[in-house]
Structure formats: structure tokens, C-alpha cells
Design a protein around this ligand. Structure first.
Ligand SMILES: NC(=O)C1=CN([C@@H]2O[C@H](COP(=O)(O)OP(=O)(O)OC[C@H]3O[C@@H](n4cnc5c(N)ncnc54)[C@H](OP(=O)(O)O)[C@@H]3O)[C@@H](O)[C@H]2O)C=CC1
Ligand SMILES: [Fe+3]
Length: 394
């Protein structure tokens, strides 16, 4: 089938974009741009001997490549930006996308993008794309990595870059002017810090309870009774630590919510800032909750494993055999049955509180309540959740 003259005339000339640097990021970005229908020209120090570039892309010297396109992606490390100074003339008036990241925070006095703006004062610098990885770009971004942050002083330049990002299937979050560049550059370095406090706390709790139980159960028994039960260290002892740590973490996960809700009700407003310590605590609730869940899962796993341990099988067999030998039967202990059933009941009740908490947090429910009612309900339920956790602990 041949194209009608009208559609042939309407077929737009594909826009040409320039990429400086034929490294990992430059190559992945080029591939995606080509797939999205752009034409790509690379600017390289060694146009004839650089590494492989995606099929269909052209490789020229920096100066030649820059002249062909109005938008240039700088896929070069900041340490190597100095070569750009000599290109200030060719790059003036162009949109320059700075994708660079640093290995640490605050190693340079100014953000990379601001440094670039200084080198090319007449270029329109836009910071962006730095939260993507070369890998994610190449494999098509997943939901989690679909967002890109962007900032820059020129609205038109940002619009041009946002258009490209949208065509690549990314969603753009504008963070304002170039002064936000530092914050945008710090994003990729900020994946872990929120976990630091909860992880440290978990490790500390686990180590202290393990050592305490080791001394109390194993070392004490050995010293006083001369019995060696060190084989218990692997499973039984660990399985005592997991629920303790899990319940403490769970209590610590809900407690700041109780304090916050109480504080809001006490102050009569929810528009006042919480004290710093509470703020920080509130921010790591999700992590504490996930760690609590992880330890609870370990506890379940270990508990399932215990009956198949050699020691337990040995004890059951020995008990049964000795009873048979002596022709005895044991009495059903109702006290123990009561204890274990009440343990289960508290568990079910506790689970109910967590479900209720989940329900009240649903937007349809929380929107129907006034903030005071919502704070009150949350405060009561979270307090109950903390109490159940502590009850189990004791
Ligand atoms: N890799 C990733 O996943 C991500 C990377 N980034 C950022 O993208 C940028 C590039 O990273 P990446 O591709 O991984 O790095 P690479 O080391 O793979 O590539 C860097 C490229 O820069 C060019 N280059 C190296 N030295 C100089 C120099 N002295 N002067 C001029 N150009 C030079 C080279 O291209 P040539 O030989 O063609 O000149 C080289 O291929 C960095 O700023 C990085 O922070 C951001 C997010 C993720
Ligand atoms: Fe248990």
C-alpha cells in the first residue's frame, strides 16, 4: 500500500537529539530515544574509536554534534565537565540536560547542574533523568522507576525536556528552579538513610536479647547444672529472640502514632509541627513495621521447624516410651490449655485491631470522619495495638 500524498506530507521530520558521552548511560538513553522515534547523534572524544553505540545513531566530535541539535544530554561525569568550557560558543542557547550524580553528598561546593550553568552561562541547563539507571532505561522503566525529577531556570527548556521524557513513557515531577538541583542530585543517594535507624535499632535489639538469653539459658545452665545445651543456640534461642524483637518493633511502629494523635488532640490543631524527635520517629514507622513483619515471619518459620528437630522428636519418643513402660497415662492439664487458648485469643483480638486500623485509614472512611474523630479513633486503636504487643511480650 502506498502512502497518500497527504499522509506523506504530514509525516513529521524526526527530531534530532544530541548525547555527549558514549558510556553506559549515554548508550541506554540513546537506545530509548531511537525506540521512541527520535534521531540521535553522539558527541564523543573519539568519534571513530568509541565503544558500540545503538544502531541508527551517528557519532561525531562534540562540537559537530552540538551544532546539529538544540537539546543536548550530557552523559559525562562531572569530574570531566571541563572540556565543555571550550564548547561554550557551540552550546550557547541550547537546552543542556545534566543527568549526573555524585557518589556522596556535599563533595562539591555547588550542585553539578549549577557548575554546568557556570561553565556555559548562555546555555539553558535542566537537571533531570538522574534518578533513572542505565539498566532501567534499557529494559524499559518499571512502575517504581517511571518518575523523573526535573528542575531548571528556563520554563521553555524544561518543557522541551519534559516532552522528551513523556515520549519515553516517563512521568515528570517539576521541582522548580535550578537551585533545587542539589536536592534532585541527592535523591539517588537517599534510598538508604531512612532504613539506617530502624535497621540499627533492630540489630541492637536482636544482639542484646540474644546475648541475654544465651547467658541466662545456656551459660547459666552449664555453669550451675553442668548441662550442655549449646545446640539450642541455633533454633530455640533464635526463635525466642524473633518474637520479642518483632513485638517491640511493632509497638515502636504504632507508639509514635498514638503520641502524635494525642498531641494533636491536646493542642486542638493538626497544623502544628511535631517535635523533631517525633517527626523522625514517624518517618521510620513503615520501616519498623516491615522489619516487625519480617521477624514475625521468621518466628513462624522457626516454629514450624521446631517439631522436626532431632531433640524434640527424641523427647516425645522418650516420654511416650517411658509412660508405656511404666503403664502410666498423664493428666490433661487444663491450666496449660487455658494459658495457650488465651494466648491465641489475645492474638486474634490484636489482629482485629490491626485490621480496624487499616480500615479507618482507608480514604473513604477517613474522609467521612472529622480530623478530631479520626485522630481519636487512631489514637485509641493504636494504643490498643501497642498494648496487645506489650501483653504478648510479657
Ligand atoms: N550509569 C548509570 O546508571 C547512571 C549514570 N548517571 C550519570 O550519567 C553520567 C554518565 O555515566 P555513565 O554512562 O555510567 O559513565 P561511563 O563512565 O560509562 O561513561 C562516561 C562517558 O563520558 C565520556 N568521558 C569520559 N571521560 C571524559 C573526559 N575527560 N572528557 C569528556 N568526556 C569524557 C566518555 O565518552 P566518550 O569516550 O564517548 O567521550 C565515557 O563513555 C554520569 O554523570 C552519571 O552520574 C546517572 C544516572 C544513572
Ligand atoms: Fe510465639
Amino acid at each position: 500500500m502506498s502512502l497518500s500524498p497527504l499522509s506523506a506530507a504530514a509525516a513529521p521530520q524526526q527530531e534530532l537529539l544530541c548525547i555527549f558521552g558514549t558510556g553506559d548511560f549515554g548508550r541506554s538513553l540513546g537506545l530509548r530515544l531511537l525506540q521512541a522515534g527520535y534521531r540521535v547523534v553522539y558527541g564523543s572524544r573519539r568519534p571513530h574509536s568509541c565503544g558500540p553505540v545503538p544502531q541508527g545513531a551517528q557519532v561525531l566530535s562534540h562540537a559537530e554534534a552540538a551544532q546539529l541539535a538544540s537539546l543536548v544530554f550530557l552523559c559525562v561525569h562531572r569530574e570531566n565537565y571541563d572540556f565543555l568550557e571550550a564548547l561554550a560558543h557551540q552550546l550557547s542557547g541550547k537546552v543542556l540536560v545534566d543527568v549526573s550524580n555524585n557518589l556522596k553528598k556535599n563533595i562539591y561546593p555547588e550542585a553539578n547542574a549549577e557548575y554546568l550553568q557556570k561553565l556555559i552561562p548562555r546555555g539553558h541547563v535542566v537537571k533531570g533523568f538522574n534518578t533513572l539507571s542505565a539498566w532501567a532505561l534499557q529494559n524499559g522503566p518499571s512502575d517504581a522507576s517511571r518518575q523523573v525529577y526535573m528542575c531548571g531556570n528556563s520554563v521553555e527548556a524544561k518543557q522541551a525536556v519534559a516532552e522528551v521524557a513523556t515520549k519515553l513513557g516517563l512521568s515528570v515531577l517539576d521541582r522548580g528552579s535550578l537551585t533545587a538541583a542539589r536536592e534532585v542530585e541527592d535523591f539517588p543517594l537517599e534510598l538508604f538513610p531512612e532504613w539506617r535507624l530502624p535497621l540499627g535499632l533492630t540489630l541492637g535489639l536482636t544482639a542484646s536479647f540474644y546475648i541475654y538469653l544465651l547467658l541466662r539459658d545456656v551459660v547459666y545452665t552449664y555453669v550451675v547444672e553442668g548441662k550442655d545445651i549449646s545446640f539450642r543456640m541455633m533454633v530455640s534461642l533464635a526463635n525466642k529472640v524473633f518474637p520479642i524483637v518483632s513485638l517491640i518493633l511493632l509497638a515502636l511502629c504504632y507508639l509514635p502514632g498514638v503520641i502524635a494523635a494525642f498531641l494533636q488532640l491536646y493542642r486542638g490543631t493538626k497544623y502544628k509541627r511535631f517535635p523533631d524527635w517525633l517527626d523522625r520517629w514517624m518517618l521510620c514507622r513503615k520501616h519498623l513495621g516491615l522489619l516487625a513483619l519480617g521477624f514475625a515471619c521468621l518466628h513462624v518459620l522457626y516454629t514450624l521447624i521446631i517439631p522436626i528437630r532431632y531433640y524434640v522428636r527424641f523427647r516425645i519418643a522418650e516420654n511416650t516410651i517411658s509412660k508405656i513402660k511404666e503403664n502410666q497415662t498423664s493428666v490433661f492439664n487444663t491450666a496449660v490449655a487455658w494459658h495457650s487458648d488465651s494466648y491465641l485469643a489475645v492474638g486474634i483480638l490484636g489482629f482485629g485491631f490491626y485490621v480496624l486500623l487499616g480500615i479507618t485509614s482507608l480514604p473513604s472512611v477517613s474522609n467521612a470522619l472529622s480530623w478530631r474523630e479520626f485522630s481519636f479513633v487512631q489514637c485509641v486503636l493504636k494504643w490498643k495495638a501497642v498494648k496487645v504487643s506489650v501483653h504478648f511480650l510479657l
